[in-house]
Design a binder for this molecule. Sequence first.
Ligand code: SF4
Ligand code: SF4
Length: 331
Amino acid sequence: MPSHLDPVPVPVPAPAPAPGVGASEATAFPPAPGAGAGAGTGTGNKRHPHVQLRALDTLWFQVAGTICNIECTHCFISCSPRNHSHEMMSLADVQRSLDDARGLGVREYYFTGGEPFMNRDMLAILEATLKQGPATVLTNGMLLRPDVCRRLRELFDASEYSLDIRVSLDGFDAESHDAIRGKGVWDRVMIGLRNLADAGVNPVITVTTAAEGVASEEGRARFLDVIRGFGFDRPRLKVLSLFRIGAEENRTRAYEEWERLNAESLSDEEASVLQCSSCRMVTSKGVYVCPILIEEPEARMGATLGETLRPFQLRYGACHTCWVDGVTCRT
Ligand code: SF4
Ligand code: SF4
């Protein structure tokens, strides 16, 4: 099976912090006066710390908006066929931000939704993106038809950058998976995975901790066996934390008040490892701080990337999960 594991060189590196250099010393974009990580200043509740944007490494696109062909019970942005809170993005929409990103030193690009392959421009968007950096698509795997998979393989072969396809599973079998993702979804995903294998594309399988036992060593080993069973001899697995927002808030519970970060307990150096210190999320409604908070009006930092190169106050329950679980949505 051709490898999507091999690292692909990135010819234009963005500024990166020197080893052992804290966030404040490595900042590529100037902090707002008095608003360093851990400063606890800002317009909101003063006890919550700020995170600086030290370098814009990773750019996300909510390319399918909040529109999805299924309706998972744990979806932290409550995507569904009827949710038009954020709309699909066109190739022209994405291209504008790609042009901005080039000048800002972005190293890699991620596409999510909703379901990205519901977007008719998705393959053209990937073709444009792969001219300037590595790309990853997060998909539920249901629309991976043979022709789509063959085209993905062609795009990968034609680019000097990597293309990763991340397919979500939420259980070890149809019963556990479909309890979260809907009846019949497992069978559709199995077809999609086989089509990927036939096209020579080795996906990253992502699984949330909603799948019981997956976070343990034994659970991971079992899941890797499941992936091998699909015909992928070099299995790749990413386990994701759950955020208690959106549909997940109803499935389990909402964040409690104590589940917040405060300025006293988060140092500059600690804040600098949060993904929002190096990413932004572009949606049809503007640019947000990260891929998680797109339904929080105050997490919209501007209309363009250039307006978002400033610190952000970590006042949300989801920020607590990011810190406690060490979450990164990157692969
Ligand atoms: S978790 Fe993914 S596949 Fe499920 S509803 Fe949300 S966006 Fe769609
Ligand atoms: S949810 Fe996570 S990534 Fe988003 S702003 Fe909070 S800490 Fe940063």
